[in-house]
Design a protein around this ligand. Sequence first.
Ligand SMILES: Cc1cc2nc3c(=O)[nH]c(=O)nc-3n(C[C@H](O)[C@H](O)[C@H](O)COP(=O)(O)OP(=O)(O)OC[C@H]3O[C@@H](n4cnc5c(N)ncnc54)[C@H](O)[C@@H]3O)c2cc1C
Length: 298
Amino acid sequence: MDFLQPTSWQEALELRAERPDAVPIAGGTDVMVDINFDRSRPGALLDLGRVGELREWSTEGGSGGVGGGSAVRLGAGVPYARIVDDLAGPLPGLAMASRTVGSPQIRIRGTVGGNLGSASPAGDAHPPLLAADAVVEVESAVRGVRRIPVAEFYTGVKRNALAPDELIAAVLIPTAAGPQQFCKIGTRNAMVIAVSAFACALHPDRKAVGTGIGSAAPTPRRATDAETFLAGELDGAGLWDSRGPLPESLARAFGEHVAAAASPIDDVRGSAAYRLHSLTVMARRAVSWAWNDLRKAA
Ligand SMILES: Cc1cc2nc3c(=O)[nH]c(=O)nc-3n(C[C@H](O)[C@H](O)[C@H](O)COP(=O)(O)OP(=O)(O)OC[C@H]3O[C@@H](n4cnc5c(N)ncnc54)[C@H](O)[C@@H]3O)c2cc1C
C-alpha cells in the first residue's frame, strides 16, 4: 500500500486527482478500523495529517459568511477536542455533539471532515450541522471549489456528494444567533454510537428553527415540516417577540412532527419503534431547553 504524505493543500489536491484509488485519511478513527478488520484494502492512503491548512479555523464576518451573517470556517481536519475547547461560544450545538464523540483519544484524533467523509447516518456532527444550515466546501485540483449545503451532501447510507477527485476543505457554519441543543441516545453513556440523535437551533434573528436527525433514516436529515410548524406557531402566538413560556402542548407537537420526518430501521442497536419514540422525547426536551435559554437571554 502506498502512503502519500502531502505537506500542503495544493499538493494534497494534486495527489487526489492523480490517484483516485487513494483513500484520504485524517484522524484515521474510521479508516484504520476498516483496514484492521479487512473491510477495505486501498491501493494507497492519502494522509492529510501534515496539511496545516486543514487544521485551522477562522471567523468570516458579514457578507463573507454563509447567508450573509458571520460564520466559522472550520478546517476539515480540526479535531473534536479543539471544537470543544475553542468553539463552544459560536458553535454551541456542534460543541455539545463533539463532547459526546467516543473517548478523549477519539476526540483528539477524530475530525468533522472525517465524519462527513464517512457520512454514517449515526455520525454525531451531522445533526448540529444540519440544524445550523452549514455548508461543506469541497475542492478539486481540476474543477475548483464547490460549496454544498450540508443537507445536500448526504446522498445515501454512508455516501456523500464528493467526486473522486475532490477533498473536503472546510465546513462553513453560521455563528449561532440563538440557543442550540444536541441530544443523543445510546446503549450506554459514553463511547457509544447513537441509537438516535437530535439537534435543534433557534434562529430568533429570522424567526426560524433548525433541526437535524441522526441514526433514524438512511442519511442524516432535517425535519423541515417540524421546523416550519414550530416557527409558524411561535410567530402566530407572538412568542418570538414576547419570549413567553413555550406551551407544553407545542413542544409535544413539535416532537411528533420531528418523529414523522424519520424513517428508521430495526437493527442491533435499537428498534425502529424505539427510535421514533426517542426522537419525540429528545425533540420535545431539546426545544424546551433551547426556548428556556432564549428567554433567559432576553
Ligand atoms: C472507538 C471509537 C468510537 C467512536 N465514537 C464515535 C462517536 O461517538 N460518534 C461519532 O460520530 N463517531 C464515532 N466514531 C467514528 C469516528 O471517530 C468519526 O466518524 C470521526 O469523525 C472520523 O474522523 P477521522 O478524522 O478519524 O476520519 P478518518 O478515519 O481519517 O476518515 C473517515 C472518512 O472520511 C474521509 N476523509 C477524511 N478527511 C477527508 C477530507 N478532508 N476530504 C475527503 N475525505 C476525507 C476518509 O477517506 C474516510 O472515508 C468512533 C470511532 C471509534 C474507533
